[in-house]
Design a protein. Structure first.
Length: 269
């Protein structure tokens, strides 16, 4: 299965033109929200999904968001770039996540929860790392799409789903079935597409923090903690949050800050 996944990554099509235009505008210090809005508005799918996210309970804006410009003004350019990147990737990979026991809408929601928790938590830890961590948290489960596809092709959905349902460590289940984890696959996908090197490495070591280079470790452990609290098989349950808090304490973070961030997310979940 590993060879099949690796070969599929090599043949993934390029991301759409709008993705590169959005990144160019957001990466330009003279880029404006008006320029960004015009690019997004050329893609009806991006418009519909961005407004859907903006009006979801997770962000709890006080009024209905009816335009792309309004959404960008509230999100900011960095978060808008992250959200549109996520939308483009999930469309391109054609999400089918059945082996994990969830539907595509749940997959999107859980990815959003991970990124939202990262923002709430890391704003109070190290805001300089937040742009990379927010996007990484939003996209770090992308590899599950290819793993799920291989599990279906190999007719192993029932045993895989059975183990995932009760697993404390989903990565170990993935490793036993396909030889790699989501972090391995996701990092290779984004390396293939030429994403930021720090982001690629941060995701790559999220399931193996002990091996992470020193300059990457903080990013990787933050990603691991967030996906531990918000796993595919039980996001923000008492069990998952307790396990995440033990990691937070072990790594020397303030457990109160993390607990407060979790509580705020749960209020809107």
């Amino acid at each position: 299965m590993l060879e099949n996944i690796t070969e599929r990554i090599k043949t993934l099509p390029p991301l759409p033109k709008s993705f590169h235009e959005i990144n160019s505008i957001c990466g330009n210090e003279n880029g404006t929200i008006n320029q960004l809005a015009k690019v997004i508005e050329t893609d009806p799918m991006l418009v519909a999904n961005l407004l859907k996210v903006a009006n979801s309970p997770l962000y709890s804006f006080r009024r209905e968001i009816r335009s792309v410009l309004q959404a960008i003004s509230l999100f900011g350019m960095s978060t808008t770039r992250a959200l549109t990147t996520d939308i483009s990737i999930k469309k391109l990979l054609n999400v089918d996540i059945e082996p994990y026991g969830i539907i595509p809408e749940d997959f999107v929601q859980i990815s959003a929860l991970q990124s939202r928790l990262m923002r709430e938590w890391y704003t109070k830890v190290d805001s300089k790392k937040l742009d990379i961590l927010f996007l990484s948290a939003l996209l770090q489960e992308t590899g599950k799409i290819l793993i799920a596809d291989e599990i279906v092709k190999e007719d192993e959905v029932i045993p895989f789903k059975s183990e995932i349902e009760t697993a404390i460590n989903i990565a170990q289940v993935e490793k036993s079935f396909v030889g790699v984890t989501t972090a391995d696959i996701t990092s290779k996908i984004f390396e293939h597409w030429g994403f930021d090197e720090t982001m690629v490495e941060a995701i790559a070591y999220a399931d193996n923090v002990e091996a992470a280079p020193e300059h990457i470790r903080d990013y990787s452990i933050a990603l691991k903690i967030v996906k531990t609290a918000v796993p595919m098989n039980g996001p923000l349950t008492e069990r998952s949050v307790t396990i995440a808090l033990s990691l937070v304490e072990k790594e020397g973070f303030d457990t109160g800050v993390f607990a407060d961030a979790v509580e705020k997310i749960i209020e809107n979940f």
